[in-house]
Design a protein around this ligand. Structure first.
Ligand SMILES: Nc1ncnc2c1ncn2[C@@H]1O[C@H](COP(=O)(O)OP(=O)(O)OP(=O)(O)O)[C@@H](O)[C@H]1O
Length: 254
């Protein structure tokens, strides 16, 4: 069997906010060039974990290595090889999309062609638009484009499809798969299990700051079925989302 190389290694990670333990002894690895999903209920500690790996938040204890660099001593090296979605507040309102990409490229010292970046996320027609004039799906696509500016080895996407319609979600899945296929590792959080099943090579379930399962979606489903689990209702060959897509088509909507 092919051995996978870990690009992120998290060992015994603990994060405490005063006397509240948000992350309790998390240990996991993300392999190079996979789409890795962090799943779990609200407040489970997913965002906290991601932000610590991204070097944006201090940990209480534990060890994290990202592409050979330690978060403790080499945070600057890590920042150079990761792509993180910016908060919308960072998108200066008077600049259009091309100008924003030029600004970010300048900050990173990266040599990118804004129009090529916009083409990657199918926003070439919106080059002169302002961020606030974009639809929800377009905003997410633009935000993903900004994570790619420094040609990162790893990108982090925190709930990238929340609030999007079925077409926009599926198109975003295709985009994320293209990014992985082009050689980038993707770490994603989502509350949509159909999305995790379609998109993620492996998923970790986090519950109260601990990992309670980690495997491929296929293996996790097989384990549940093998344990005797059965759905109460007979499963139909299609679901309501299939009806939606069938009625309204697959093309980009915005
Ligand atoms: N700055 C903070 N100070 C105190 N507690 C915090 C802080 N940030 C997060 N928490 C708490 O830590 C826990 C984990 O939060 P976190 O945002 O990591 O969860 P999450 O799994 O990303 O949740 P969601 O799915 O809702 O985004 C929550 O109980 C939250 O209230």
């Amino acid at each position: 069997m092919e051995t996978k190389k870990a690009i992120i290694s998290v060992k015994n990670l603990v994060k405490q906010y005063d006397d509240f333990v948000a992350v309790q002894n998390l240990t996991f690895e993300v392999y190079e060039n996979e789409i890795f999903g962090l799943l779990g209920p609200n407040g489970a500690g997913k965002t906290t974990t991601l932000e610590i790996i991204e070097t944006l938040r201090e940990k209480t204890s534990g060890e994290i290595i990202v592409d050979g660099f330690s978060v403790d001593k080499q945070a600057q090296n890590i920042k150079k090889i990761i792509g993180v979605q910016l908060q919308a507040a960072g998108y200066y309102p008077n600049l259009n999309l091309v100008e924003l990409l030029e600004l970010f490229a300048g900050l990173y010292g990266a040599d990118v062609k804004p129009m090529e970046m916009l083409e990657k996320v199918n926003l070439q027609d919106k080059a002169k638009a302002k961020y606030k004039g974009l639809s929800g799906g377009q905003k997410q696509r633009f935000s993903i484009a900004t994570t790619l500016i420094n040609q990162p080895k790893i990108i982090f996407l925190d709930e990238p499809t929340t609030g999007l319609d079925p077409q926009a979600r599926r198109n975003l899945w295709d985009l994320i798969i293209e990014i992985r296929d082009a050689g980038t590792t993707v770490v994603i959080t989502t509350h949509y299990m159909d999305e995790a099943e379609q998109l993620c090579d492996r998923v970790a379930f986090v519950e109260r700051g601990q990992i309670i399962a980690l495997d491929t979606p296929d293996n996790l489903i097989d384990q549940l079925v093998n344990s005797g689990f059965e759905r109460k209702k007979e499963v139909k060959k299609a679901n309501l989302e299939d009806v939606f897509i069938n009625l309204t088509g697959k093309e980009w909507r915005e």
